[in-house]
Ligand binder design. Structure first.
Ligand code: TPP
Length: 208
């Protein structure tokens, strides 16, 4: 069974890709201890499966928080590039954060939206992006001018490499299939938080 094609007009020419495949490609571009915030569920499961990094944060339990958390980190650490990986359903629950990102306009923030047109992890109920909502158009209208659909894997990598140069904020949306994530993040919020704080250098042996 393949994912229902996203109904968004701007996404019609975009290839349906695979989240784990794209996550691996994205992580391969990270060379400068960039922080990555994975949204609830599949976004962070596939981030987890792509390899453990102390600069990764895995959101557990609440939808729509990857972008707000990443925005906070980007403002707190302007020298570090920060990425948020979020599902379409989670972003739709928290659309206001796009306007806040545009208003604060951190150059060091990149948002990646995995649009499978479904709330996959809770039973694949369709999201509004499977009907008519175009998340890239919404992002542009919120004020994030540098917002694009990735046409295919090579285009995704090109957009990611360009975003990582730091002329953000940027949003990259990818249509993805409905294959399940390839692993499950260890449910240990304290360890996730502690590791991330050390990975960002805000918690050291001397201040912990
Ligand atoms: C505030 C809130 N509402 C509902 C849920 C239940 N829930 C958890 S994940 C999820 C679906 C997430 O969909 P999406 O972000 O599109 O990711 P996908 O599952 O498709 O990878 C839902 C409804 C929740 N955890 N938090």
């Amino acid at each position: 069974m393949t994912a229902k094609p996203a109904g968004a007009l701007g996404a019609h020419n975009a290839k349906v890709m695979n989240r784990f495949e794209l996550t691996k490609r994205l992580v391969a571009h990270l060379k400068r201890d960039e922080a990555v915030v994975g949204g609830i569920g599949n976004a962070n499961f596939d981030l987890w499966a792509s390899g453990q990094r102390a600069q990764n944060f895995y959101m557990l339990g609440s939808m729509g928080l990857a972008i707000p958390i990443a925005l906070g980190v980007a403002i707190a650490q302007p020298q570090r590039h920060v990425l948020a990986l979020e599902g379409d359903g989670s972003l739709l629950m928290q659309l206001g954060c796009l306007a806040t990102v545009a208003e604060r306009s951190p150059k060091n923030l990149t948002i990646v939206v995995w649009d499978n047109g479904i709330y996959q992890i809770t039973g694949s109920q369709p999201t509004a992006s499977s009907a008519a909502a175009d998340l890239v158009a919404i992002s542009r209208a919120a004020g994030i001018a540098n917002s694009s659909w990735a046409a295919d894997e090579a285009d995704f990598e090109r957009l990611a490499a360009s975003a990582l140069k730091g002329e953000g904020p940027s949003l990259i949306a990818a249509r993805i299939d409905n294959k399940p994530a390839v692993a499950t993040t260890d449910r240990d919020p304290v360890q996730i938080r502690e590791r991330f704080m050390r990975g960002l250098g805000v918690k050291t042996r001397s201040n912990s």
